[in-house]
Design a binder for this molecule. Structure first.
Ligand code: SF4
Length: 211
């Protein structure tokens, strides 16, 4: 079995400090470009009944997992316990839905959403930052750019407006580069695919060669 290391230790590992700093700067750039694009449309999420925190997202980097846990460790013990309980309920419900092969997309409030607000807003993953407005993405391997629609709230508010280019590709490329750097530094061989609930429940990361 692979040796495991507590994710909280990894967040404090000095070897990954520069990667985490880069991630923070990447997130800041995403937020800036997203806000600019949303303002261009006059789009706002405020008061949205179709909350995107109900959507089942998977997140694919250890870097975002470690960063989210860095934020999580800063919450009070009581809040952490409450959130972990919600995360276990979320994971159980998702497992049941997958076992039953439900047709409708899985919808359940993210365990980090408390009374409509993300308690780790500054630490939230990339997809939470970019969801909502229409965008384009160049798939790996130089294939043709693919266009994606905005969310239902966007369509109802701004669907009649002409598309303004919002290319996620540079963000994905930078994120992938940072993930590779992190995995190399820490000796992580496997891939990550986790919901936020998984990130909150699982406390260990498999490490195969700590130097
Ligand atoms: S991490 Fe925060 S923003 Fe993302 S789905 Fe959960 S509550 Fe919503």
């Amino acid at each position: 079995m692979e040796p495991q290391r507590p994710v909280a230790d990894l967040a404090a590992d000095p070897r990954i400090e520069p990667v985490v700093k880069e991630l923070e700067s990447l997130y800041a750039e995403m937020d800036r470009q997203y806000d600019h694009a949303a303002a261009g449309y006059g789009f706002s999420c405020t008061g949205c009944a179709d909350n995107c925190c109900l959507t089942r997202f998977y997140h694919h980097t250890f870097l975002e997992y470690i960063f989210l846990r860095k934020g999580f460790e800063q919450l009070s013990g009581r809040m952490r316990a409450e959130i972990k309980k919600s995360a276990v309920q979320y994971a159980d419900a998702l497992r049941r839905a997958q076992r039953n092969g439900a047709d409708a997309p899985f919808r359940m409030m993210c365990p980090l959403n408390r009374e409509g607000w993300c308690v780790l807003y500054g630490f939230r993953p990339m997809i939470c930052r970019l969801h909502g407005i229409p965008h384009e993405l160049e798939p790996p391997g130089g294939q043709r750019m693919v266009f994606y629609h905005g969310c239902a709230a966007f369509d109802s508010q701004c669907g009649h407006l002409p598309y303004q280019s919002f290319d996620r590709t540079p963000f994905y490329i930078r994120m992938s580069g940072l993930e590779q750097e992190l995995k190399q530094k820490l000796g992580i061989a496997e891939k990550s695919k986790k919901t936020v609930a998984d990130m909150l429940i699982h406390d260990k990361v498999p490490i195969h060669a700590i130097s």
